[in-house]
Design a protein around this ligand. Structure first.
Ligand code: BV8
Length: 237
C-alpha cells in the first residue's frame, strides 16, 4: 500500500448510537416510527409543514441532551494528531445531522446531509445556528421573513459539498466507513468511487452492511470499542 497520508472517514448514525441517538433502520429506529415520505422529503414539508417541523424540533432538542462517545473522541484525536505526524489530511464526512463530532473535538467535519443546529431561510437563502424550535415560524434573523426550514438534506435533495467530497476521496490513501448501513446514496456509493481509484477501504460497523462486499476489510463491533482500537493502531504505527 502506498504511504498512508490522506484519510477520508464517512460516518453514519451508528457512530452516535451509543450516545443514545436513534439510528434509522435498526429495531425501533426512526424510520419505524415515521414514514420517510411523511417527514423527510420536500413534498412532505409542503403537504404538512407542522408535522415535519415538529419531527425536527423534537430531534434538535434531543441531540442537545446527548454527549459524544469514545468513537467521536477517538476520531477527533486522529483529526488533530495525524496531520502533525504524517503531514496528511483527515476529513470526516458525516451523514449525521447531530453535532457530536464537533463536541467530541473534531475540527474538520463535513455534514453532507445538513445539521439539526442550523436553520435555513428559503426566502433569503441564509443559514443561522438554531437550537430552539421552528414550529412557531420565528422570523429569519437576516430578512425577517417567517421562512426558516430545517437545514437538513431531505430525500430527493442534493447532498451538500459533493464535489469537495469526491475530490477528497480521489486524493485519499484510505477510505473508512463507520456506523452506516450503506442504504442511502450518494453516500453509500463513495466506497465504490474509492475502490475504482485504487484507494484502500475499511469498514467499521456493528454488523455487515449493504456495502460490506466493497471493502478490503470489515471489522465488526460497537463503535466505542472498534474505533478507538483502530485509531490507537494508526497513531502507534
Ligand atoms: C439524491 C437527513 C438526487 C434526514 C438523510 C434508488 C436507488 C438509489 C438511490 C435512490 C433510489 N431511490 C431514491 C434514491 C435516492 C435516495 C436514496 O438513496 N434512497 C435510498 C433509501 C434508496 N437518495 C437521496 O434522495 C439523496 N439525494 O439522491 O438527490 C439529486 C440529484 C441531483 C439534483 C438533486 C437531487 C439524499 C439522501 C439524504 C437523505 N437524508 N438524512 C434526516 O436525518 O432526517 S438520509 C438518512 O439515512 C440519514 O442521513 C442517515 O445518515 C442516512 C443513512 O443512514 P445510516 O446513517 O446508515 O443509518 P442506518 O440506521 O441506516 O444504519 C446505522 C448503521 O449503524 C447500521 O449498519 C448499524 O448496524 C450500525 N450501528 C448501529 N449501532 C452501532 C452501529 N455501528 C457501530 N456501533 C454501534 N453501536
Amino acid at each position: 500500500m502506498s504511504k498512508l497520508r490522506n484519510i477520508v472517514i464517512l460516518t453514519g448514525a451508528g457512530i452516535s448510537a451509543e450516545s443514545g441517538i436513534d439510528t434509522f433502520r435498526s429495531e425501533g429506529g426512526l424510520w419505524e416510527q415515521h414514514r420517510v415520505e411523511d417527514v423527510a422529503t420536500p413534498e412532505a414539508f409542503v403537504r404538512d409543514p407542522d408535522l415535519v417541523l415538529r419531527f425536527y424540533d423534537m430531534r434538535r432538542e434531543a441531540i442537545q441532551t446527548k454527549q459524544p462517545n469514545a468513537a467521536h473522541v477517538a476520531l477527533a484525536r486522529l483529526d488533530r494528531e495525524w496531520p502533525k505526524r504524517e503531514g496528511g489530511d483527515v476529513l470526516i464526512v458525516t451523514q449525521n445531522v447531530d453535532d457530536l463530532h464537533e463536541r467530541g473535538g473534531a475540527l474538520n467535519v463535513l455534514h453532507m446531509h445538513g445539521e439539526h443546529l442550523n436553520a435555513w431561510c428559503i426566502a433569503c437563502d441564509t443559514r443561522h445556528r438554531w437550537t430552539g424550535p421552528l414550529i412557531h415560524r420565528p422570523p429569519c434573523p437576516a430578512c425577517g421573513m417567517a421562512a426558516l426550514r430545517p437545514d437538513i438534506v431531505w430525500f430527493g435533495e442534493m447532498p451538500y459539498r459533493m464535489e469537495e467530497i469526491y475530490a477528497a476521496v480521489s486524493t485519499a490513501d484510505l477510505f473508512v466507513s463507520i456506523g452506516t448501513s450503506g442504504a442511502v446514496y450518494p453516500a453509500a456509493g463513495l466506497v465504490r468511487n474509492a475502490r475504482d481509484l485504487g484507494v484502500q477501504t475499511l469498514e467499521l460497523n456493528l454488523e455487515r452492511s449493504k456495502g460490506s462486499a466493497w471493502f478490503h476489510e470489515t471489522r465488526l463491533g460497537p463503535a466505542t470499542q472498534i474505533v478507538p482500537d483502530w485509531v490507537g493502531e494508526l497513531l502507534s504505527s
